[in-house]
Design a protein around this ligand. Structure first.
Ligand SMILES: [Zn+2]
Length: 84
């Protein structure tokens, strides 16, 4: 049974071979389903991206987001637990 929130799931990942893992978001600590190396849910990802875009437009440092892994740094991420 699925107990994650649809707005946090990466539904576009689900057709990938490893795209339906239960992951825990490092930001809101809630579970979501997505690619096994994802560590941020879609909801947080969207809001963080908005925030960082706003901040970079104004030239601010994104210091408060330093614990969030880079989107392109998947090779350094720890794999999440397999659903099955
Ligand atoms: Zn989240």
């Amino acid at each position: 049974m699925k107990d994650t929130k649809p707005e946090k799931d990466w539904q576009e990942d689900w057709h990938h071979e490893n795209g339906q893992y239960y992951c825990r978001c490092v930001h809101c600590k809630e579970q979501f389903i997505g690619y096994k190396r994802r560590v941020v849910c879609k909801e947080c990802h969207t809001s963080l991206e908005k925030a960082s875009t706003m901040m970079s437009d104004k030239g601010y440092e994104v210091g408060s987001l330093e614990d969030i892994p880079q989107r392109d740094g998947w090779d350094n991420w720890k794999p999440n637990k397999d659903i099955g």
